[in-house]
Write a protein that binds this ligand. Structure first.
Ligand code: CTP
Length: 310
């Protein structure tokens, strides 16, 4: 039995109630640990080189380069005369980024009043083309510098862009002149819709820049967190963006990360701030991810805002 325990250490995700207690116990006590933040930036730079590698660029992906998909095996895309021109020359961000907000889509944001605080950061990242209409502004803010767009949303909300592209281009205006971060080379069926999204924006003279997520970067970040005990089939978009922020920004604050069904007031909380559609449990290990981020919060490496903003 001891050998069994050694191979499979007892590892239990706390219940929702235990997590609430833990966060309440910690309260508002938090102070930044610059050494911790520097250490994580170093670790992430060593494993994943976010500054150079987070997007597919002409620099890291010349014609002929084979991009192996990170979400499935045996599939790859060879960079050709067709795809090379649509990649940015090099990482377009200006470093160093001082203060970054990473906004998850958790229901804890509802009635949080965090919009102003989120918007105060120098660089704001959001996940999965979230709604930013007026009714949400006080809770989630309005500014965006980078927003991720999974091909599955393009399929679900915009008929894979096979028909009209107008509503897609219109809805993207909510994100100002931000970077649209698309994992085009993660799953084979996602590539064509992603390329169509690029062309739809380019043809409409949009001032947004499409960045294709580099599958090598996603793979390395996945490995990094697996080594830290995150066992999901694939990391959630939120954790990819927090990893990016830890690698690029001096100060990281997260909002809307709370994959539990009760809030700090012990009342039910919806899964998203805009709906209560639950995720497929097969895919991510969000509570495990949360524990990792909570650990970083407690050590002062980043700050997780879970409760309402003052
Ligand atoms: N999230 C969270 N708690 C919630 C909901 C979301 O921590 N209750 C975080 C997760 O990191 C998630 C991100 O916010 O990746 C964006 O939320 P969502 O759009 O719901 O992500 P998913 O649909 O699960 O998609 P993905 O596969 O892109 O992660």
């Amino acid at each position: 039995a001891l050998l069994w325990l050694y191979i499979f250490p007892v590892y239990r995700i706390p219940s929702d109630k235990e997590m609430v207690d833990e966060v309440l116990r910690q309260g508002q006590t938090w102070s930044r640990n610059q050494t911790g933040a520097d250490l994580y930036r170093k670790l992430l730079t060593e494993c994943c080189d976010p500054k150079r590698m987070f997007a597919v660029t002409k620099e890291n992906s010349p014609i002929g380069k084979v991009l192996w998909y990170d979400g499935e095996i045996y599939h790859y895309h060879t960079v050709t005369n067709d795809t090379y021109p649509i990649f940015v020359q090099d990482t377009p961000l200006q470093f160093p980024l001082k203060k970054c907000s990473v906004v998850g889509n958790g229901g804890v944001l509802k009635h949080s009043g965090c919009g102003k605080e989120i918007d105060q950061a120098e660089f704001i990242m959001r996940c999965n083309l979230p709604p930013l209409s007026k009714e949400y502004t006080t809770d989630v803010g309005t500014r965006t510098h980078l927003v991720s767009a999974n091909p599955s949303i393009i399929e679900k909300n915009f008929q894979n862009l096979l028909w009209s592209r107008k509503s897609f281009v219109e809805s993207m205006k909510a994100y100002g002149s931000s970077y649209i971060y698309i994992p085009a080379f993660s799953m084979k069926p996602g590539t064509d819709p992603s390329l169509r999204a690029y062309h739809a924006l380019a043809d409409s003279a949009s001032n947004q820049t499409v960045l294709f997520a580099n599958p090598d970067f996603l793979k390395n970040v996945g490995r990094f967190w697996r080594n830290h005990g995150v066992h999901g089939k694939r990391l959630s978009t939120g954790l990819f963006l927090v990893s990016l922020a830890l690698g690029l920004c001096e100060e990281v604050t997260t909002y809307g990360f709370w994959p539990f069904s009760v809030g700090l007031d012990e009342q039910p909380v919806s899964h998203h701030y805009y709906d209560n559609i639950l995720p497929s449990s097969r895919f991510h290990a969000m509570p495990e991810e949360f524990l990792q981020l909570w650990h970083l919060h407690k050590s002062g490496t980043l700050r997780m805002q879970v409760g309402d903003c003052a």
